[in-house]
Design a protein around this ligand. Structure first.
Ligand code: ADP
Ligand code: MG
Length: 700
């Protein structure tokens, strides 16, 4: 139950003066980003200004610098309305002791201006002064008030990130009232920590940010911003810690297999494991033997060989008589994992099946029945696996591949499918540590830092799209040499502009130029069409695979050696690195051709440069963070995973670590949040929409 003290903050923004349904909709778009719920007063209050306009400068007319924002005390002299039907502006002459100024209005209403600026009276006017031939002008002053009203003139005015259809005055007025709704809330932070950092209380911090005294107040390192960032981090870390605690406490059970299945798989592998793979497996096996539940993240750059680690982890659990599930983000990837694991499973006598949302109802039913009866040991699938209709006889381990595509909900759903499910999350996108913390909380982490032996560096070059003809010519030679080539086109989406080189058009072009060795795969195809194209490419019937970004994650055709990425400037750095990782998977020299449309903007040029210079995924992830900010790095903008509104991982990274420790300590001493501080912390979780985690508490 939400603490009643928070009710005013959860009220709709339509409760504020001047906010009708239409503006509320605009605000909802801006602040919530989806029409699922209407923006609340708290959403508005978490929308913080990016800058201030300082109106404290009162230099008099003649002393006003060109382009400066000033506040002037003016005597209004006379109005000069333009002739009827003229487009000329409406002008009002005024003066002070130092000189004269002209106030200029376009498309003005004379009545209104006569009321606001009555001739012969004194008015306080604030806005930007411009000089033309020694004459001062102010176009559309921001404020025009009488001396009595001047007290209400905001001398330092916050500037909010704007959106079309929302006037800044409307927003400011709404914000003013929203602050009045802000109740006194209990302090949820540790008192001595707050004192030591000099943090103001939560409500004071918000007030000072919306009524800034100067621009310093808005600096990320300022006390008010830092306080709010810390609040948000703590809410995030506490929620993750609660999820983790509840998963752990639902109990794992020690699993110690006899090693028989693992031995058979290893014998059937055409290669030796790398040192990194051995080390990760040892950590995983140790986790499995512990009575607590495993929650481990396996990080490894593209091509580092995570899949086989996952398979061996599952084999260890299957040895104890339980079942295993591997969840992949796409249909293609699920089927590919199935195809690559099938021969190894057959060699070990593991019964394996694949299930995706695209299967027929009949197949789903049959597989569901077999899972429930315990006739399948290992199931690979998409998130269809975690629909409520799928039940296991005894699920022991879940492997989640390419995790960043799944949200918190799915992560919670994972654990509900069995009494003691161990969880291993595999991710190829190398995530800097602070991001790991913010998305996964304090999970254990294993890293694959080495690559399988004999891999060659991928050579990366960038070429202007103007030279696409030459590139196609070169492909002809490469095809004759027996090479396999990916050709990646930007995604075709209804909403996206037609100027995106449509994959189908490119497919036709290439087929015309190269003959029937070209295949096409994209997200809109039926599952069997996709599979046919992938199969043709694998067997070599097709030499060129034209694809949209469906191949981005995980697709494995080890003898593909060239990847051409068209409109490379439209992709993000991490995504380009992922795509490039589709080649360089065997012992053959590989290359990546980035086709870009000139001229490149600065960021795009920087991205392509970094890719040319390095193949190191961790370095690339750091650069990516620097160039784009954390939200886009994890694709959260698309997937709608709740990000941070007040904190920025770049500016407040140090606070994230503190929050993690704080959350741990809180739950160690008050696991059910029952103390006075615990109660205050429940307010915090609701306020930052992390209340889902509260449901995991016994006391609710
Ligand atoms: P990722 O970590 O990107 O998921 P994969 O698991 O798909 O990588 O592995 C990439 C390729 O490397 C696959 O073809 C796989 O069979 C191969 N591979 C994995 N481990 C080794 C190894 N130790 N030695 C040689 N090849 C390996
Ligand atoms: Mg993979």
């Amino acid at each position: 139950m939400r603490p009643t003290r928070l009710d005013p903050l959860f009220a709709s923004v339509t409760k504020l003066p001047g906010i009708g349904p239409k503006i509320a909709k605009t605000i909802t778009n801006l602040l919530v980003g989806s029409p699922d719920r209407e923006a609340r007063i708290s959403d508005l209050l978490f929308h913080v200004p990016v800058n201030v306009i300082d109106r404290r400068l009162r230099p008099g007319i003649v002393g006003s610098p060109e382009g400066a924002i000033v506040t002037l005390e003016l005597h209004i002299d006379h109005h000069r309305a333009p002739p009827r039907n003229s487009r000329a502006p409406y002008k009002v002459q005024a003066h002070d002791e130092s000189g004269t100024i002209e106030l200029v209005f376009f498309r003005a209403h004379g009545d209104y201006l006569h009321r606001t600026l009555p001739e012969g009276e004194k008015r306080i006017v604030s806005g930007k002064v411009e000089w033309f031939n020694d004459r001062a002008q102010m176009v559309h002053p921001d404020h025009m008030v009488s001396e009595e009203e001047a007290e209400n003139l905001p001398l330092v005015e916050p500037v909010y990130p704007m959106t079309a259809g929302l006037a800044s005055k409307t927003l400011q007025r709404a914000m003013g009232t929203a602050l009045e709704f802000l109740p006194k809330l209990p302090e949820w932070q540790d008192k001595s920590f707050v004192d030591q950092r000099g943090f103001p209380p939560f409500d004071e911090a918000l007030r000072s940010i919306h009524k800034p005294e100067d621009s310093q107040v808005l600096a990320p390192q300022g006390k008010a911003r830092a306080r709010l960032a810390y609040d948000e981090f703590l809410a995030n870390q506490l929620a993750l810690a609660l999820v983790r605690n509840s998963l752990r406490h639902m109990g794992g059970c020690g699993r110690k297999g006899d090693g028989s299945l693992r031995r058979k798989i290893l014998a059937a592998l055409p290669f030796e494991l790398t040192d990194g793979q051995h080390a990760a497996l040892n950590e995983i096996f140790a986790d499995l033997e512990e009575p607590a539940r495993m929650l481990r993240l396996l990080q490894g750059d593209v091509g580092s060989g995570k899949t086989v680690v996952g398979l061996l982890a599952m084999a260890a659990v299957i040895e104890t008589g339980s079942q295993a599930a591997m969840m992949a983000p796409t249909d293609i990837l699920a089927r590919q994992h199935f195809a690559s694991m099938k021969p190894l499973c057959d060699a070990a006598g593991i019964r394996v099946a694949v299930l995706s949302g695209k299967d027929t109802a009949k197949t789903k039913r049959e597989i569901g029945a077999a899972l429930e009866a315990g006739e399948i040991d290992l199931i690979v699938g998409t998130h269809a696996l975690f629909q409520s209709t799928v039940n296991f006889k005894d699920l022991g381990i879940t492997i989640v591949d390419e995790q960043h595509r799944f949200g918190v909900h799915q992560r919670l759903a994972l654990s509900s499918k069995g009494a003691h499910v161990d969880v291993l999350v595999m991710t190829a996108t190398p995530i800097p540590r602070t991001l790991v913390l913010s998305y996964f909380g304090d999970m254990d982490v294993s890293r694959l830092t080495d690559k399988p032996k004999g891999r060659q560096e991928i050579k990366t070059v960038s070429i202007s799209l103007d030279r696409i003809g030459e590139v196609v010519e070169r492909l002809k030679t490469m095809i004759v040499q027996g090479q396999k080539i990916y050709w990646v086109c930007p995604l075709v989406e209804e909403s996206e502009k037609i100027d995106l080189a449509a994959a189908e058009e490119r497919f036709n072009d290439l087929q015309n130029a190269l003959g029937p060795v070209v295949a096409l795969v994209h997200g809109r195809q039926k599952s069997d069409q996709k599979q046919a194209a992938m199969d043709a490419f694998k067997t070599g019937d097709a030499r060129v695979l034209v694809a949209t970004t469906v191949i981005e994650v995980g697709v494995d055709v080890p003898d593909a050696t060239i990847i051409v990425i068209e409109h490379a400037e439209r992709f993000g750095l991490a995504q380009l690195h992922q795509l490039r990782g589709r080649v360089g998977r065997g012992s053959l020299a590989s290359s990546c051709l980035l086709l870009f449309k000139a001229p490149l903007n600065e960021t795009a040029a920087a991205r392509l440069n970094i890719l040319r210079e390095t193949n190191d995924g961790f370095l690339i992830a750091e650069e990516d963070l620097r160039l784009r900010g954390e939200g886009e790095l994890l694709g959260t903008r698309q997937s709608g995973t709740p990000g941070f509104r007040l904190a920025s991982i770049e500016d407040h990274a140090d606070l994230m670590e503190v929050a993690r420790d704080d959350a741990k300590l809180i739950l160690a001493t008050d696991p059910e949040l029952e103390t006075e501080r615990g109660d205050a912390l429940r307010h915090l979780l609701y306020l930052f929409a992390r209340d889902e985690a509260i449901r995991l508490l016994r006391a609710g």
